[in-house]
Ligand binder design. Sequence first.
Ligand SMILES: [Zn+2]
Length: 498
Amino acid sequence: MRVIRYDELADYIASGKDFILELGEQNGIGSSSLLVQICGKLFLLDRGSAFEGTGVNKHTLFPVGDVLEGIHIDAIFLSHVHLDHAGYIPPVVLAHPEARFVLSSKTLEELKITLEDTLNIQIKEADKAHYLGLPEPTILFTEEQVSMFLNETDSYEIVDTDNEDVCLTWDDFPGWKFGFTSSGHIKGAFWSFIVTPDNDCITSTGDICSHDQENKKGVLMPNEIFLKKMGFGTWRRTILITEATNGNRDRKESWEDMDSRMKAEIEATFDRGGMVLCPVFMIGKGPNIVAKLARMGFRVFVAGGVRKTIFTEIEPMLLEKWMADKTVMLAIDGPGRKQQMDAVLAGEYGPMVIVCSSATLDQGASTGFAIRMLPMRKNLLISTGHRFTGSKMEEVFKVQDQPLELGRTIVFESIDRFGNIVKTPVNFRCGAIHCDNSSHDYREGLVARAIALNASMVLVKHCTEEGFQGFESGLKEALGDKCPSITHVVHMQVINLV
Ligand SMILES: [Zn+2]
């Protein structure tokens, strides 16, 4: 194992050796983009982007190598739509017409939403830089590239892994087999299998989850018929590439207990005349929480990007029913928006849970609601996911336990239309609870899967050092002497598959 520079990569590929190399993940969980060379073919698994910094100081971080110009890629697999996996997919796919490109129909549907969002953010960033007299920010991709990417879909291999497992063979890959099955993480997320002519299996989970979520069934192992078709049990080697976001965490609270705690807190908030704010990521988590709240019998006000993603992720009939009986109400986009927000917060529509992006409270619709809701004692803030280091959401939970007399002020930052940074100090007085609705496996699931697959080599990526160590010790504890080699895949470190 050694760390290489990007300009050494071409020689490495030309050597024909079997290896894997992570081009992203500069700091732990970041942009995911893995190269796998095996049996003379080169695969690219995901091409994401990540954010560094917080609030108005956020900037985008990419995997190295831009569009990987001059490198012949045989196939590109996109595991799911989250930005850290898909954020830089369009330009790379456009730059590699020689590569087969596999993604799920749901991922493609949601890419249309997230790419539009990325283009809008780019325009705002460019305006901001212009007003502030800063250099133009790097353009991720243009509107033209996005429409070209979305028009090329006839040449893509589109699988529907939410509804069926898919086994593929291709004429130009004699002796190879490819399999795609749901990973249980979010709608459209798949877990891929590559079986080489030498009968080695390289299997990459992407983001994976074995517990059930509101609108996605968890997956510990694929179904037996699929595994049999792929030749499971006959493989010479099974090389497992897995994430370990929660590798150092066991679930502390049962799902039932957490849901009843959440329900009781919301009811108590409504009893004292308060409102509930639930900031979420628009993909996956947003629709999941809307469905959970509706099932619990609460009325939900949906703002920000979640207004779009609920239409792709929630059963249309169910959503239609919720909209008709006013269980779900959507924020107006455009004139009347402010008046509607005032009415919602004044309780004119009755007690409601407000679900909106973004989960970090650094930007998006949730910031506007937070500024108005956090100062009132009667309200409640619910965090449902990972509290990212440096985010406003993390800050909220840090100051929560401070005595009131010391002051619990949080300063929200935004940019006005003249490019000035506007600081809004908010006196944080409302209640705040954390309900862990993670869509990633905990240690137990990660370990159980590696054992069930009988992996001969385990490669762990998309995790912090602690996440890796937690998973590693869990697997060693479970398997003792029989534990396969387990390696933390880090940025630009070549791992030879021998
Ligand atoms: Zn994900």
